[in-house]
Write a protein that binds this ligand. Sequence first.
Ligand SMILES: [Zn+2]
Ligand SMILES: [Zn+2]
Length: 137
Amino acid sequence: MTASTGKYRLRGTGSIRFGYLLHTNKGIQKFAHVLIAERVLEKSLPPKAVVHHPDENRLNNNNLVICQDAAYHRMIHRRMVAFKVSGHANWRKCWICKTYDNPDRLYISPNGMNIHHKLCNDARKERRNHERSNESV
Ligand SMILES: [Zn+2]
Ligand SMILES: [Zn+2]
């Protein structure tokens, strides 16, 4: 979920830790983005939840995305990189030729770990076979 958090003001003092704003109030230290996320949710963050900074500025807590888990957070980052590089958030990267392409043109394994163009893979196999036949000569 996206939370517009500009209206939240935290009481206490702030310092910077790991590039994030660390908030101290009555001796309790907590990251400001976690405090704000918890205020928006009106409960503690679920144990697996991750707070994402959409503008990649760790100090800007005016806009936060609360991810249900680390996998969802990784997915957001993957889409951000894809969009930056290719202009399409849903495009995936072929690990063989290292270019982004429309998923319709790519082979994507069920676990999503192996993504490549069929042609790239065929060329790779071809190369491997050549290398093998050279070795045996
Ligand atoms: Zn993030
Ligand atoms: Zn490729």
